[in-house]
Ligand binder design. Structure first.
Ligand SMILES: [Zn+2]
Length: 178
């Protein structure tokens, strides 16, 4: 028996029209190391990015709402130590075919251009992760940041008890006085 090929709306590239009309809920994970552009902006090709989307129709356009989140390794610009940063970005997108569509999507939606109604989900996730990168990466709290520890160490230094100063010639001077 020959079966007709099943529609597979959840494979990349996604058919956004089909996802929207079926109100698809989708969760997917990607390795940061697979993203060529993102890899250049982080200090290690490690970490995961996750996307969670609910597809629907908004203003007549296929649309998706949800979030992109993940963790990447960055270099703190205050203490120059590497740290793992959590990124999270809410997503509310309407998919359009051309510039004209971009002007007419519902107000609270971001227009994203897709070719022939097909979306490479991996590209979308990479774009959102890049946008979520901090302009100046820094440890979230001073307690985590090595720069603060160094400042504390400098402040603490003068209070450290010093041993008796060695003066080798002191004894010699005593001898000469005799
Ligand atoms: Zn730091």
């Amino acid at each position: 028996m020959i079966r007709a090929p099943m529609a597979r709306p959840l494979e990349d590239p996604l058919d956004v029209g089909q996802c929207a009309s079926q109100r698809v809920d989708l969760v997917r994970e990607f390795a940061v190391g697979k993203f060529e552009r993102l890899r250049d902006s982080v200090s290690r090709p490690e970490g995961q990015a996750a996307v969670s989307l609910h597809f629907h129709v908004a203003g007549g356009y296929p649309a998706a709402e949800g979030s992109v989140s993940g963790s990447v390794w960055l270099v703190c610009q205050r203490c120059l130590a590497e740290f793992e940063a959590r990124l999270a970005s809410p997503v509310r997108i309407a998919f359009v075919d051309d510039e004209a569509g971009a002007a007419t999507v519902p107000e609270d939606y971001e227009a994203v251009m897709v070719d022939a109604g097909r979306l490479m989900l991996a590209d979308l996730v990479e774009d959102e992760m890049l946008l979520a990168l901090p302009l100046v990466p820094m440890h979230a709290t001073p307690a985590e940041c090595g720069a603060k520890r160094e400042v504390e160490a400098v402040v603490a230094a003068p209070t450290v008890e010093k041993g008796p100063v060695q003066r080798p010639f002191a004894a010699l001077q005593d001898l000469l006085k005799r």
